[in-house]
Design a protein around this ligand. Sequence first.
Ligand SMILES: NC(=O)c1ccc[n+]([C@@H]2O[C@H](COP(=O)([O-])OP(=O)(O)OC[C@H]3O[C@@H](n4cnc5c(N)ncnc54)[C@H](OP(=O)(O)O)[C@@H]3O)[C@@H](O)[C@H]2O)c1
Length: 442
Amino acid sequence: MTGGTGALGGHVARWVAARGAEHVVLTSRRGGSAPGVAELEAELAASGVRVTVAACDVADREELRALLDSLPEELPLTTVIHLAGATRLAPVTGTDAAHYAETFGAKVAGAANLDALVDGYGVENVVFFSSIAGVWGSGDHAAYAAGNAYLDVLAEQRRQRGVPATTVAWGVWGGATADDEASVPEGVDVDRLRRQGLPLIAPARAFEALQQALVDEETFIAVADVDWDRFIPVFSSSRPTPLFDELPEAGRPGTAEPVGAGEGSAQAPIAERLAGTSAAERDRVLLELVRSEVAAVLGHSGTEDVQPGRSFKELGFDSLTAVELRNRLTGATGTRLPATLVFDHPSPKAVVAVLRGELFPGGSASAAETLLEELDRFEEGLAALAQDGDEARERILGRLRSILGQAGVAASPQHAPGQVVTLESASDEEMFNLIGREFGIS
Ligand SMILES: NC(=O)c1ccc[n+]([C@@H]2O[C@H](COP(=O)([O-])OP(=O)(O)OC[C@H]3O[C@@H](n4cnc5c(N)ncnc54)[C@H](OP(=O)(O)O)[C@@H]3O)[C@@H](O)[C@H]2O)c1
């Protein structure tokens, strides 16, 4: 076992010992000086299995070769389990070459070294421990995901060459039980994982799956404990994806019943409360509702920072919080809202328009209300354009001035005829007129 002295190493060592292994070789760079190894070694030895703990950098091919050559002839190598790896988390934008090198060293270079050497020792199987991060992605796991994806492909390549390999891409393991966080890699937020629908895997269940994968001679398999009702809405919140379409347990992406929706339970109260009120009052109440739910999801104590026209992205939303907001609004209003709500309607104001349409479908807005909604969208769009430079903004403002002009409204105060106009006091309209006159542009 490479990485046999790490968090999962102990579990795996006990498992292979219980299944009749005669000699377990635990390797890592620290070998016998890794924390907890002496206890593990004693425990395994007490169960009757021979144990060797060896310091070996699996990324160093010659060190690995020397280790393989040192194995006793009477107990030849039968199975390799590659656990060695380093879990350092960072988003792709914060991942430099040194970070990749560190993440890939044990996992990727180590796997390549094993691939190059172990078949010469007559192994019956090589098992690579990979991660779901490389299968469907995971925030802040950029280099880690890539390193694991290498293992997934390596198993396929080995099988094509006619040599054994099984890669298992794991979800996050629990310790003694699924509630025990002892095996969770540093930096992984377990509470967030659970809210995303990925509870920890109980080791006993993980080993059932591993056993099955080995019996079935799987080449590559992903094993995770997934709460599909939570997972699918988060996973598909920014865009529809067919990845899990064929899994019966997963249902159809985006159709999972929203948590807290409760068949129409909340619809009557808010719709009733607002029935008979003016459109402006409805919007005011709905906006306050949306802003307070946004604040709650983001962990703010008040709604001051939740400006109505500010985009959810700027407010700090991601896939998980997007779905949590959708669920809270569903619970509060009883409406069926899509998991993509905040991506399709990117500000609190825009979501109010959706809620209004859902709660009062018969109450068709007046032409004036419709235009006012359009103006809301215009305002949001204009704010979003701010970073795109002045040119586009000026073109739009020019058009707006022309519309206002057609409606007989001056875009900014005009001076009375005969009043002295200076460059400082001139309105935009007067400036345009002046430039037009000076340069003969009409
Ligand atoms: N824990 C999980 O829930 C989980 C989930 C999915 C996948 N996995 C994968 O399963 C494997 C084991 O996970 P873990 O949680 O047990 O990790 P861990 O606690 O970080 O242990 C990693 C082990 O790899 C060893 N190692 C690192 N670089 C090495 C090198 N160059 N040569 C030899 N050994 C090296 C470490 O010891 P030294 O530092 O002394 O070398 C340590 O023993 C990893 O590959 C991980 O990506 C784990």
